[in-house]
Design a protein around this ligand. Structure first.
Ligand code: CTP
Length: 399
C-alpha cells in the first residue's frame, strides 16, 4: 500500500504517455497522491486537463509558472514528494538526466530533487539500444536511479524489441518496492543469484541447472523489509525482482568483480550457483570438427570462490555473510564443514538430489547452520524460505 505517499509523476513525450493516465489511477487506488508534471512534448500526447482530472491535483507544465509567488517553487515541488517517477522516460529525458541538464521544468525538478527517482523508459528499440542511450542508462544506474522496464514486445512504430514502457501495474510494483519501509530501511544487502556461464568458445558454455528462483525471492523479501538491495545475477530463468539494483553478469570472475564493486554492504547473501571451474583453454573462435575424429580436450582452471573471499576479507567484510550449500549427500556434515572452510556466518544447506525436485522447482527444504548449530526448516515454498530468511537477517542486523 502507498497510503500517505506523494509521487511526483513526470510524463514525457511518447506514445506510451497514455498509459501514465492509468498509472495515476493505479497509484491513487493504493492510497498515494500523485502530482503530475507534463513536459512540452508530453502535452502532445496527454492533456494537462485529463492528468489533473485523474490526479485531482494541479498539473505543472512550465518552469516559469512557478515564479508566481502563489505557486510552489521548483525546489519545493521536487522535495515535497516521497518519490519522483518519470513515465514515459524518453531517450531525451534520460539524456538530460545523465548529462545534468536543466532547461525545462521536468529536468530542473530532476536535478533539484533529494528523493529517489524511478524511470520507466519508452522508446523505439534502436533508440534504446543506441550506445549513447545505453551509456546514459549506465550512468543513471550508477547514480542510483531505479528502472522499471523497458519491456520487450511489439511497438507502436511497428518494430519489435526492448523499448516498450512497463505496464502501469509493473511500475506500481517498483514504486511500492522503492517506498517500502521496514526494519531494514537504510541497510544495504548484496545478493548473488542464478548460475554462471563459463565459455568454452564463442557459442558454447558450461552452466548448471540453477533457475535463480531462490535468490530472486530472497532479494524481493529483503526489499519488502525496506533494504537497499544490490542483486548480482548470472543468466537466470527468473527476472530480477522489483526494487533491486540489478547487475547482470555471465561468468564467476565477472560476478566477483560486481560483488567487489557493490561493497560495502551490511550483509551479503550468496545464493548463486557459481561454477567451480572455468575452461582454461577457452577458444576465441568456434571449435570445429577437423574430420580426423579427434575429440577436443578441455582444460579447466579453478574459479575464484566469491563467498570465501568476501567471508575472509580483513577490511570491509559485511557484518553478516550467508552462504548456501547445495549438496546431494551427507547434507548437514558437508554444509557444516563448508561453513568452517569458507568462513561465513551462516550456511543455508539444501539437498539438490534430482529426486527432491528442488533445483529448478518452486519449493525448498533448508537447514540453517550457524555457530549455534543446525536448524532444519520444514519443506516450504521458496518465497516462504526467502521471507523467513530475510526476517532472520533483519533480526541479526538490528541494533
Ligand atoms: N560460491 C561462491 N563462489 C564459488 C563457488 C561457490 O561464491 N566459486 C558460493 C555459493 O554462492 C554458495 C556457496 O559458495 O553460497 C557454496 O556453494 P557450493 O556450490 O555448494 O559449494 P562449493 O564451494 O562449490 O563446494 P562443493 O562443490 O565442493 O560442494
Amino acid at each position: 500500500m502507498l497510503a500517505d505517499k506523494r509521487i511526483l509523476l513526470i510524463i514525457g513525450g511518447g506514445i506510451a504517455a497514455f498509459k501514465s493516465l492509468d498509472l495515476i489511477r493505479r497509484l491513487r487506488e493504493r492510497g498515494a497522491s500523485v502530482v503530475p508534471v507534463i513536459t512540452k512534448a508530453g502535452q502532445e500526447f496527454v492533456t494537462p486537463l485529463s492528468a489533473s482530472g485523474l490526479a485531482a491535483e494541479k498539473v505543472y507544465t512550465d518552469l516559469f509558472d512557478l515564479t508566481d509567488e502563489a505557486e510552489m517553487g521548483h525546489i519545493e515541488l521536487s522535495r515535497s514528494a516521497d518519490l519522483v517517477v518519470v513515465a514515459p522516460a524518453t531517450a531525451d529525458l534520460l539524456g538530460k538526466m545523465a548529462g545534468g541538464l536543466a532547461n525545462d521544468l521536468a529536468s530542473t525538478l530532476l536535478m533539484a530533487t533529494d528523493k529517489r527517482v524511478l524511470v520507466a523508459p519508452a522508446m523505439n528499440v534502436r533508440m534504446w539500444e543506441h550506445p549513447a542511450c545505453q551509456r546514459n542508462v549506465a550512468t543513471l544506474k550508477a547514480d542510483g536511479v531505479l528502472f522499471a522496464g523497458p519491456n520487450e514486445g511489439a511497438m507502436a512504430c511497428g518494430e519489435f524489441g526492448p523499448g516498450r514502457m512497463a505496464e502501469p501495474l509493473e511500475i506500481v510494483a517498483e514504486v511500492e518496492a522503492a517506498l517500502a519501509d521496514g526494519p531494514m530501511t537504510g541497510k544495504h544487502v548484496l545478493v548473488t543469484s542464478g548460475p554462471t556461464h563459463e565459455p568454452i568458445d564463442p557459442v558454447r558454455y558450461i552452466a548448471n541447472r540453477s533457475s535463480g528462483a531462490q535468490g530472486s525471492a530472497i532479494a524481493a523479501a529483503l526489499v519488502a523489509l525496506g533494504a537497499d538491495v544490490t542483486f548480482v545475477t548470472g543468466p537466470a530463468d527468473v527476472p530480477p525482482p522489483a526494487g533491486v539494483k540489478a547487475v547482470a553478469v555471465e561468468t564467476a570472475r565477472e560476478m566477483l568483480e560486481a560483488v567487489e564493486a557493490a561493497l560495502p554492504a551490511d550483509a551479503g547473501i550468496f545464493a548463486a550457483a557459481v561454477a567451480d571451474w572455468r575452461v582454461a583453454s577457452e577458444s576465441g573462435s568456434k571449435i570445429k570438427k577437423d574430420g580426423s575424429g579427434a575429440l577436443p580436450v578441455l582444460e579447466f582452471a579453478e574459479n575464484p570462490d566469491i563467498l570465501a573471499q568476501v567471508s575472509q576479507m580483513k577490511k570491509g567484510r559485511p557484518g553478516l555473510v550467508v552462504g548456501f550449500a547445495a549438496e546431494t549427500d551427507d547434507v548437514i556434515a558437508h554444509a557444516t564443514a563448508k561453513r568452517a572452510r569458507k568462513g561465513c556466518d551462516w550456511i543455508v544447506a539444501n539437498d539438490v538430489s534430482p529426486e527432491t525436485g528442488i533445483m529448478g522447482g518452486s519449493e525448498n527444504a533448508v537447514t540453517v547452520i550457524s555457530v549455534e548449530g543446525a536448524e532444519a526448516w520444514p519443506r516450504m515454498g521458496k518465497d516462504e524460505v526467502a521471507r523467513k530468511l530475510a526476517a532472520r537477517v533483519a533480526e541479526a542486523l538490528a541494533p
